[in-house]
Design a protein around this ligand. Structure first.
Ligand code: FES
Length: 147
């Protein structure tokens, strides 16, 4: 191999390695779209404040990457199950409300309706309300949130 060929290959190798390294950095730190998400648990409420029946809206604080914010979920008691349902409509993302008289979640945007388990009853929503993971730890209800 001639000296010129050797230098050319060496430079190409380092350019390719630098491109690969910077791509990895981009996907890992810069682009949130490609960031691997994980579930973290946040305090929702003390266990003794869980409703015995029906649906209760709960707001809770969380801190992700140093940013504090408040989120809300609906705690719905369905039979013996305790469900944490996202209030975000699965059609176009409006926030649903609980209609106590009709015992349904209602979306104000296009009249989507869900039952207390978050199952679509009518309207355009393509799928049920998202269920969030819950666990009870040391007398507290913890909610799982993708971070
Ligand atoms: S956004 Fe809820 S029904 Fe359209």
């Amino acid at each position: 191999m001639k000296r010129r060929e050797f230098l050319k290959r060496t430079i190409n190798f380092f350019v390719a390695a630098a491109a690969l390294f910077s791509s990895a950095l981009f996907f890992r730190f810069v682009s949130p779209k490609f960031r691997l998400s994980s579930t973290e648990y946040f305090l929702l409420m003390p266990e003794d404040e869980l409703p015995r029946r029906g649906v209760k809206k709960v707001e809770f604080p969380l801190q992700i990457n140093g940013k504090k914010k408040r989120e809300r979920v609906f705690i719905s008691i369905v039979g013996s199950e305790i469900l944490a349902l996202s209030p975000v409509c699965t059609h176009l993302g409006c926030i649903v409300t609980w209609d106590n008289n009709a015992s349904e979640f209602v979306c104000p945007c296009h009249a989507g309706r869900y039952n207390s388990a978050g199952v679509v009853l009518s309207g355009p929503p393509p799928k049920p309300l998202a269920r969030l993971p819950l666990k009870i730890e040391s007398g507290n209800v913890m909610i799982g949130w993708k971070v």
